[in-house]
Design a protein. Structure first.
Length: 160
């Protein structure tokens, strides 16, 4: 039995989760023997903190949309220099390694930039060798998405 781990970010229903759920449904049709698990890395790592972050995220978009817009645009611009996001490394690498050890996936699919970044860093340091797939759910690939070390990049197509 092949195991697929799909990692979005935050548990609120966003396009990242809709894509993850669609992939799970598609994998079941493709091969009923494939076991696909969807795990939010923030909830996995920090439990109920995820609820707080989701609530803050929704509130901030509604009350200070200019800050959200600025952050979104800041990460949309790629000046050619790939940044390291050390805070993400510190907050999530250990939990990601624990999750991988627990689930033992044959492949990992990311529908959000943060898990993609963490996995890319782990692969670049040879901490993991599992194939990684990015499924892009935004209108652009921001600077947080892991690129190096990722084995396959899937983007939307207007024809499908």
């Amino acid at each position: 039995m092949k195991k697929v781990l799909i990692i979005p970010f935050l548990n609120m229903q966003t396009g990242h989760h809709q894509v993850a759920d669609t992939l799970i449904d598609w994998l079941k049709i493709l091969n009923p023997l494939i076991k696909a698990d969807k795990v939010d890395i923030l909830e996995y790592a920090y439990g109920n903190v995820e609820l707080l972050v989701s609530h803050f995220y929704i509130k901030s978009i509604g009350t200070i949309p200019s800050v959200y817009s600025w952050l979104y645009k800041k990460n949309a611009v790629n000046n050619g220099n790939k940044e390291r996001f050390l805070i993400y490394d510190l907050l999530f690498q250990r939990a990601m390694l624990k999750l991988i050890k627990e689930k033992q996936p044959d492949i990992i699919i990311c529908t959000h930039c943060l898990p993609s970044y963490i996995l890319s860093q782990l692969k670049l340091t040879n901490a993991i060798s599992i194939p990684i797939v990015n499924v892009y759910t935004d209108y652009f690939i921001n600077t947080i998405w892991g690129i190096k070390g990722v084995d396959l990049h899937l983007a939307p197509d207007a024809h499908y």
